[in-house]
Design a protein around this ligand. Structure first.
Ligand code: NAP
Ligand code: G4F
Length: 338
């Protein structure tokens, strides 16, 4: 047991699941912020509690919302965590064009509220802060050179602009108040627990459901983009490693490879012996007013300073997601037939 206490916003999300799992294994007590909704969207945390029954008692959840500064500050001051991970976000880039002000409130102001809480607590005891920054901040940078910590930002969506603001808030609190505050600039990372409206999961789920006879078509947007995709389970290790350093800093976390959506389609549909060209249609609803065409990260600083590198290849990631979605499709089919 480390006896350490972590506070995670966004604990119900994909990364929240993997980070909570890692921290419990490291001996932490994990405290998490959950939003009150009518439908209780806690399936990932419930899954974790079932998978790790001996650790279930060490997860404590609080109702709250990062847009509510008073609530966030009260929880942090009362619980006195050693480490705060701000993963909460309106995390869908396309949706951010429809809800720009809301995205700004959650993704930028939410971070500022957490930083204020950390600044106040830091007057009482040392506390470390992690901000979930993103490769989307590089956005429209021309060319195909890998993006590193020194690449300038060029946000191409309300999501990315808000994340750039949060990035700078984090750096500013580090410089102004001397608090331990770091940015993980994470490139796309996926898993079987990825939200179903992100392109990887949308594709692996569709491949599995089409194979099982549950779906006949897959509607997608822009197929011409390139992304640097990694496995979320590997990437949360980098978050934790950043927080174990003596000095806070900002790190790119990426696989260093880039792949097209067509390659992703080849792999996912190939894994279930189908040809995606027979099923994919283009739907303008999924296009974005401005697009991020090309992402490939240079994580050499993380390798050098943190000793971090990804363990899961792109091919293994897609296979893992297809296998999991085939299982879900089989369960769905059984339910339909019973
Ligand atoms: P996710 O699955 O969409 O999870 C987002 C989490 O934020 C959920 O727990 C969500 O709660 C919570 N949330 C949303 N609005 C909130 C609010 N107003 N107050 C409190 N909580 C709120 O995203 P993810 O993939 O795990 O990503 C985690 C973080 O990393 C996000 O900040 C994302 O922007 C960033 N990021 C992700 C990637 C990636 O490729 N996955 C790459 C770079 C950066 P509900 O369950 O109630 O919706
Ligand atoms: O899977 P996506 O929605 O992820 P995107 O936009 O790259 O954002 C994700 O990664 C970021 C890190 O770079 C995170 F910060 C962010 O929170 C999120 O996790 O889309 C990937 C690409 C885009 O270029 C999109 O235009 O896929 C293209 N795409 C094509 N058809 C589609 C679709 N994306 C989605 N979601 N749905 C489609 O039907």
């Amino acid at each position: 047991m480390t006896g350490k206490r972590a506070f995670i916003t966004g604990i119900t999300g994909q990364d929240g699941y993997y980070l909570t799992r890692l921290l419990l294994e490291q001996g932490y007590d994990v405290h998490g912020l959950v939003r009150r909704t009518s439908s209780m969207p806690r399936r990932r945390i419930d899954q974790l509690r079932e998978e790790m029954p001996d650790y279930a008692e060490r997860i404590t959840l609080y109702y709250g919302d990062v847009t509510d500064a008073s609530g966030v500050i009260r929880i942090v001051m009362e619980q006195e965590p050693d480490e705060v991970y701000n993963l909460a976000a309106q995390s869908h880039v396309r949706v951010s064009f429809d809800n720009p002000a809301y995205t700004q409130a959650v993704n930028a102001d939410g971070c500022l509220h957490l930083l204020e809480a950390v600044r106040l607590l830091n007057q009482r005891k040392p506390v470390k802060f992690y901000q979930a920054s993103t490769s989307e901040m590089y956005g429209g940078i021309p060319g195909t050179a890998p993006q590193s910590e020194t690449t300038p930002f060029h946000p191409r969506s309300p999501y990315a602009s808000a994340k750039v603001a949060a990035f700078h808030h984090t750096v500013n609190y580090r410089e102004a108040y001397g608090i331990f505050a770091c940015n993980g600039i994470l490139f796309n990372h996926e898993s079987p627990l990825r939200g179903e409206n992100f392109v990887t999961r949308k594709i692996t789920l569709a491949a599995a459901r089409i194979r099982a006879g549950l779906q006949s078509q897959l509607a997608l947007g822009n197929l011409d983009v390139m992304r640097d995709w990694g496995y979320a389970g590997d990437y949360v290790e980098a978050m934790w490693l950043m927080m174990q350093q003596d000095e806070s800093d900002d790190f790119v976390i990426a696989s260093g490879e880039t792949h097209s959506i067509r390659e992703l389609l080849d792999l996912a549909f190939g894994a279930v012996n189908l040809d995606w060209q027979d099923y994919v249609v283009i739907d303008k609803r999924y296009l974005r007013p401005t697009e991020v065409e090309f992402l490939r990260g240079d994580a050499s600083k993380a390798r050098r300073v943190l000793g971090w590198q990804p363990k899961t290849s792109f091919e293994e990631l897609v296979q893992m997601m297809v296998d999991s979605d085939c299982q879900l499709a089989a369960d769905e089919r059984r339910r339909e037939c019973s």
